[in-house]
Design a binder for this molecule. Structure first.
Ligand SMILES: [Ca+2]
Length: 238
């Protein structure tokens, strides 16, 4: 009887799929408008707010409004510039994307995160990207870290000129995180500087996934839990 109970618990534990290892499919270009953003992703269609909670941003490009980072409006001739000059105070710059839970109360399962950077002049290293990626799940205000994501295809030798980069993240389990209510990007200095403007110009944060669906135990699992529970009752009665 004791053995059956243990098997029931084991089946419960294995029914949840967990984040395994992040997988990257990055790409770069010497043309600003190379990479196409999604206009149906969660950051564009299921967002209640995008907040910048730290870090100053050059306000001259599209007024410095962070909303341009999720609606596709910054892909050509736009973006948010984070300078990495001497005595710089622009890092870290934290962006928190809060998702709408009014209908999808269980949050969202995130399958892909694509971030696009670049500019049409002043320094190819403006397309380099580095940020810590974090997420929060429904019912827990804390953020979990997925580590520092860094893609620096351009070096100091590349000089001025147009550039673009796509940092694309998936997970080998198929899902980066489940039941998510917020994604946070903590932008850092990528450390590769050249040209007349140094830093990063971010253009779009795409967060791709779907509403989390309540998991229903499979019949065999339910039966095992039933047997496990029964064995517990019988043990208590002895
Ligand atoms: Ca988008």
């Amino acid at each position: 009887m004791k053995k059956t109970f243990a098997l029931g618990l084991l089946t419960l534990a294995s029914s949840a799929s967990l984040h395994a290892a992040l997988v990257y499919n990055n790409n770069s270009s010497t043309s600003e408008g190379t990479f196409v953003a999604s206009n149906t992703d969660l950051a564009q269609t299921q967002l209640t707010s995008i907040a910048r909670t730290s870090g100053s941003v050059f306000a001259g490009i599209n007024g410095g409004n962070p909303n341009q980072l999720v609606n596709g409006s910054a892909l050509t001739g736009g973006g948010l510039f984070h300078s990495s000059g001497t005595n710089d105070t622009h890092f870290p710059a934290t962006y928190t994307l809060e998702f709408d839970l009014s209908i999808n109360t269980l949050g969202y399962d995130i399958t892909t995160i694509n971030t696009i950077a670049g500019w049409n002049e002043n320094g190819r290293t403006l397309a380099n990207q580095q940020y810590e990626l974090q997420y929060s799940v429904v019912g827990d205000a804390a953020f979990q870290s997925l580590g520092v994501q860094s893609f620096t295809p351009f070096s100091g030798a590349d000089g001025n000129g147009a550039s673009a980069s796509l940092l694309s993240i998936t997970d080998d389990s198929g899902t980066i995180a489940q039941g998510v209510d917020a994604i946070r990007f903590i932008v850092q200095d990528h450390g590769q500087h050249t040209g007349t403007a140094q830093g990063t110009v971010f253009k779009e944060f795409d967060v791709i996934g779907a509403a989390t669906v309540a998991s229903v135990p499979e019949p065999s699992t339910t039966a095992l839990i039933g047997i496990g529970g029964l064995s517990l009752i019988l043990r208590r009665r002895r």
